[in-house]
Design a protein around this ligand. Structure first.
Ligand code: NAP
Length: 266
């Protein structure tokens, strides 16, 4: 029986590549986003805002009405706001946590009753930034680390129901994420004591992202997990990023932070 999968942030970037890759191997795929756009022929577009529990409930209801089941959710919708930790306004902090954390949790919780029935799967797209405090992306790193831990907590709590959970951690990937990034007003101001370092770091981060791997690389990793009998709990696509993950675990923390500062000239 073809698996039925809901992908959030499915209109472009990594989510659109996941939709295409799952559809290619015969799955029934719902691509959710605020625009409801879908690139892949044969996949279903869903207008859904991950920050609205009602919107999530109506998307899940539609899938259950149309397909009678939901086998997996890929929690991928996300965004970034760059700034110095000291300078984020409360509104900017809430913006960073809204979609990436609360939206992800609301989506997972909205899908769990259906996943319990199918003994289904949850895949969250977090980031290698969850392992390292990227300078001037500190809130983004924090929110992805929070989601990373939440996935592990779900994994323990949902095991008795046969639901498997996995976090996929992309490194730099070339998508619309870079253009969509917002900037903290205070850190962008000429009066900011961080201004010069902030501009230098963001230029490097943007260069790394635009020259990053294609979203199809992350999509293959997601597909592989959905197709496996037992999912891994954490997956870091591409050997170099996987090696970074290993080094972070092996090296003393002080050395890791020193290397991060050196790499980003922060
Ligand atoms: N690109 C990278 O280098 C990179 C690296 C590590 C991790 N990631 C993570 O990968 C995920 C996908 O990012 P991407 O690079 O593919 O970015 P992207 O190209 O900007 O795509 C973001 C997707 O999220 C959707 N979205 C945003 N807010 C939403 C909301 N409130 N409700 C529903 N959908 C929403 C967008 O569609 P609408 O605007 O139509 O809603 C779009 O489909 C994110 O979680 C990101 O943090 C990206």
């Amino acid at each position: 029986m073809s698996k039925v999968v809901l992908v959030t942030g499915g209109s472009r970037g990594i989510g659109a590549a996941v939709v295409s890759s799952l559809k290619d191997c015969g799955m029934t795929v719902y691509a959710a986003s605020r625009s409801g756009k879908v690139e892949t022929e044969g996949a279903f577009g869903v207008v859904m805002d991950v920050n609205s529990a009602e919107s999530i409930a109506s998307a899940v209801d539609r899938i259950l009405k149309e397909q009678g089941r939901l086998d997996a959710v890929v929690v991928n919708a996300g965004n970034g706001i760059a700034g110095a930790m000291e300078e984020y306004s409360e509104e900017e902090m809430r913006y960073q946590f809204e979609t990436n954390f609360f939206g992800a949790i609301k989506t997972i919780n909205g899908c769990i009753p259906a996943l319990r029935a199918s003994r289904g799967r949850i895949i969250a797209v977090t980031s290698v930034a969850a392992l390292l405090p990227l300078p001037y992306q500190g809130l983004y790193s924090s929110v992805k680390a929070a989601l990373q831990m939440a996935v592990k907590a779900y994994s323990v709590e949902l095991k008795p129901f046969g639901i498997q959970c996995c976090a996929v951690l992309p490194g730099d990937t070339s998508t619309g994420f870079t253009a969509a990034r917002k900037f903290s007003a205070a850190s962008s101001s000429v009066d900011s004591p961080y201004k010069e370092r902030f501009d230098r770091c963001i230029a490097k981060i943007e260069k790394d992202e635009t020259g990053g791997m294609p979203p199809s690389r992350i999509a293959s990793a997601v597909k592989r997990q959905i197709c496996r009998r037992r999912m891994k709990t954490t997956v870091i696509p591409r050997l170099d990023y996987w090696a970074i993950g290993l080094l972070v675990r092996l090296l003393p923390e002080r050395m890791v932070l020193w290397i991060v500062g050196l790499l980003y000239n922060s």
